[in-house]
Design a protein around this ligand. Sequence first.
Ligand code: EPU
Length: 336
Amino acid sequence: MIISQNIDLKRFNSFCISAKVRNMITINDDKLITQALSSIDLEELIILGGGSNTLFTKDIYENILFINTSGIEIIKEDKHNAWVKINAGENWDYVVEWALDRDLGGIENLSLIPGKVGAAPIQNIGAYGSEIKDLLEEVQAIEIKSCQKKTFSNAECQFSYRNSIFKEKKNQYIILSITIKLSRNKHKINSSYQDIKAEISKNNISKPSIRDISNLVKKIRRQKLPNPDKLANAGSFFKNPILCSSSFEAVHKLYPDIPHFYLDESNVKISAAWLIEQCQWKGKSINGASVHNRQALVIVNNGNASGRNILELSQKIKKTVIDKFNIKLEEEINIL
Ligand code: EPU
């Protein structure tokens, strides 16, 4: 356990925002979490993983617990599957590569997602037709209030689009590790997402493997999304709104081009990027914060924006989307 005081959080968040934190406790071993929890005021606790989904808008006077535990282990296997337990501080994309190197499939569509494993179930990470909920078996966590360990089954995690019990009950649990079930069939792929289908046919791949899918996902991501190592950002800033079918029909009548996807008979997901683009935000900058010129859902820090500058831009975007479409965008990222 390492305790650091008055440090700048700039290298701990992918927006590269400078913010001071009074007390940061780095945990490299699960066994030290209880000790750390007993030494601080639990009302004043923020848990930080990779910082790839967080916007700091002020200095932090609470304690930050930075989870940095590593370890990936196959805990069970049979002819068809391997059950892999991964500690919360592992880098997500490192885990994807680890699995691909062993011909273990199921997470290849989630290639290049920034962040750490502990955040994956909190916001049910998803991309290109897959979500972590599709292969997650268990989450091992610690309840902050009682310091007791608890295992959550997939159903108990209450997953939905970019949401889970851990997001709903914010700051009640610390995720220690997750267990996922991977497939040993390297040709069992998910090519349901239109962009992937198009790339498979464009590249004439007759029997795509999980490695092919990962490579295509990386290619698509690199075309559309800014690399956070080069241009500071936190991926999608907002969630795609889900409308009930009657509200959707009303918008669709006025805007027949709106990209949409029926989740079931009564719910329709629409593209937030499209809404933002229609409000002429794509590529626009205010005070060092910009709407990315290739993906309108991503706000980038051009180098000198503060957290407040980014927040102000996001609020302006929300206002114009409400004014034009009467649709309220919800943030995907955590604002602190
Ligand atoms: N579109 C636009 N303008 C844009 C970008 C997209 O009109 O600037 C429209 C297009 O019609 C496009 C559709 O939106 O066909 C969907 O675009 P895209 O495939 O890029 O997906 P998205 O809905 O914008 C979501 C996730 C991303 C994930 C991609 C791919 C959310 C909030 N975002 O974006 O996740 O990578 O799908 O699956 O669900 C993230 O969470 O940080 C993230 C990047």
